[in-house]
Each structure stands twice: as structure tokens, then as C-alpha cells.
Design a protein around this ligand. Sequence first.
Ligand SMILES: [Zn+2]
Length: 473
Amino acid sequence: MPPGWARSGSALLGLAWERSGGYTAENDDASGDGGPDSGADGDAGAAEAGGDPDDGASSPGSPAVALESVLDRLLAVEVADLDESAIDVELEAVERAMRRLDARRCRLASAKTARRADQAQRDADATGQDGRRARQRARRQAEQEMADQHRWSASDAKRATNVGDQLGDDGQTQAAFDDGRLPPRHAQLLADTLKHLHGDQREQARRRLLDAAAEQDAREFGRTCRRVLASLDSAAAMRGEQRRHQRRRASVHTTEDGMLAVSGQWSGVDGETVATAIEAFRQPDPPGVHRTAEQRTADAVVELARAALRAGEAPTVHGVRPHISVLLDHEAILADAAAVADGQLGAPVVADTPWMGPLPFAEIRRLLADAGVARLLVDPNRVPVEAGAETRNVPAGLWRTLVARDHGCIADGCTARVGWCDVMHLEHPYHLQGRLSPANAALGCRHHHRAYDLHGWQIHWDGERPRLRPPPT
Ligand SMILES: [Zn+2]
């Protein structure tokens, strides 16, 4: 079920609950005459309800009051008393009713904004003002009013009005929407497609799409709509593509609880590029690890970012290639090393990063296994006064040696290739002055490097070759 539908559905039910209390007297009057079908020949009453809810909705015998009464009867039945087949039957009926009511809501919203726009046009004509701008302003005001009154979001109000507008001159699509065959999201997609087409093409598209709508979920139906439009009118399809391109967006920000949040949407070839790149870095779970789909995607994005930084194609900033930088207190590192040598877990050292802020030393320890190190001299207020040259602690020769020996991650059963691997220090990684050699270094993928540093995985030597295994259970 598309999310927009769930939202509008719950809004409808919410209103029904809130109002049901105040209708007892009128309910008794109205409940006898009109079933749900009475709405079909009650256009005048309901249109009045849309134009002025206070008068129309409360007059006894109006379809809107009958609707409340039916809902009251429905909601009076305890769900706990229903057996499963009764639940299925009622779910089906409620689902269909919500679609039909949503169709009604769209028509009401459309009628209200159209009337306001017409009134504004007449006023503008009478005073010699710009009619088109007056219409737009009046429409926006009407949408805002409905949003405020019914606690819709601004986009809900716009959607309802747009769908109502676009279906207004299309009797067959409107009929399918009205009788509950089209969920609201489908109706919107269909209306958005048909508005670009005329004559025979429009008829042809409508037939194909109404059939497809009966079988496809909203995402698949959207694809069908775009395919049909592109096959009938490539210029209109391209205009749609350009409008989607305008709606591209992405945001990257840090949250108050220490996460980096990334979200975004892209269209066309851009979307295909982003999805292909993320997919390329998606890896199967290592043995014994079960990640959710979201976790796999999150890890793929990290690998993609690491590959991009490694490739050295990113723009430089003042001649420096972009890379992760971490600010560490030298004395604190030494204190931590001393604590570990003393048999303790470590000293409480805090590392500072530009984006993520303060991080515990254990989190960045694996970075130190293969890093450029530069000394930064700071004054007593921690303002840098002098920077030393950067030196790498994994020389290229050592890297080549490890690649030749390990071929990839050394964890049992792991298939991560060299390109996915870090250098792991097989002894305390933050003895920065200590020299690395093949005897105390090995390749590990990001997952197993973390497992080794944080979760007690252990190195076993198989002759000259190190292997990484989970801790004994
Ligand atoms: Zn691995």
C-alpha cells in the first residue's frame, strides 16, 4: 500500500472518530433512510457540504450526516468480536470505501478551489487587476484553508485539489476513481499521464492504464504510465523527465545523537548512476553475519565513498586530497598505550572529527593502522600554531607485500577482495612509533577489521599466513 494512501486513510478515520460523538440525535433521524449508495444521487447536498461545511454537513438527512451515521454503526461493532473471515470482509469494504471517499474528497477540494478562483477572477476583472495571479492566489489560499481546517499537510491539500482538477473533465477515469477501482495514488498517476494526451491517443492510453491499474501496485503502475506516455508522445515524456529533474534533492547532515543522515532523490540517468554505483559496492553478508537490507545499503554507501576518496579524483582543497582527518592528543595516545601495556582496556581518549564530532578512541583505532600522520602544534587554547609534514605509516612496499601474501581479507570464509581491505595491525595499533612489518600486519575487510579491533576476533598463524577467526565460544 503506498504511504500516501495510508496517510489519507488514517486521516479519514480520525475525522470519523472525532465527530461521531456529537451526532447522536441526528444519527437516529438519518440512519433509516440512506445507505452508502444514497451519496450517488445526493450531489447537491454534498457539494453544499464542501462549500460550507458548517451548514451542509449538519442538516439532517444530508448524505454527509448519513455517512456519519453509517460510520457510527460500523465502529460500534467490537473488532474483538469478529472472526477472521468477517475481518477480511470488512477490510475489503473499508478499503473500497476509503478509496471512494478519497475520490469524493478530491472532487470537493477541486470544487472549492475552482469556485474561489472564479470569484477572484471576477473581482480582478471588475477592478482591472491581473486575473491569472488573482486565481493562483485564491487557489493557494483555499488549499491552505483546507489544510488548516482538516489538518492535512500542504502536499495533501495540493494532491487532493490536483487530482480532482485533472479528473474533472474525464468522466471515465472519474467513474473508475469514484467506484473504488482506483486507489488515490493510481488516480493521480493516471490523471498526470492523460493530461498530456488528446483524442485517440488519450483513449488508447486510458484503456491500457485502467487495465494495468487493476493489477499493479503504485510503483509498477507509475512505470507503466511513463512507458505508455513515452511510447505515445516522446516530447511530453521528456518534459516530465525534466520536471522530475527539477525535483532532485539530497541532504547530508549530522544528527544530535551522533549519526550522519543522508537522504535524497534523483531522476533519469542520474538516478540510474547512483543506484548502479551503490549496487556495485553491495556485498553479501560475511559468514555468520546477518544484516538488514538497509544495513547492507548503508555499508555499500560507505564503500562507495571510500573508493571515491581512494581513487584520488575528488577535487583537492588547497592542494590536499580529501581524506578523513582526526585530531588526537599525542599525550592522550601515549597515556592510552601505557594503560594497555599495563594490562588495562585503555585510557579514556577522545578523538575529534570535523563532521561527526567527538568519537571514542576505539572507534578510530583501526584508521591508525593505515594513515598519514602529521603533528600539529597547538597553543594552550588548542589553537594550531605549527603543522608538520605528513608521513604514511604503511609504506607502499609493505602494502604490496601484504597484497601478495593475503590476496584479500584474512578472515575465514570472507571473500572481500584487496580493494575492500584495510591494513590491520596485529599488535596494539596505536604504537605510532612502532615499525610495521609483514609479521605484525595483515589485510582485513572493514567488517572483520572492526571484529578484530572491537569484538575479540583472534589471529592464528598458518605457517607464514595469518588467519582471522571468531573468539572461542
Ligand atoms: Zn572480511
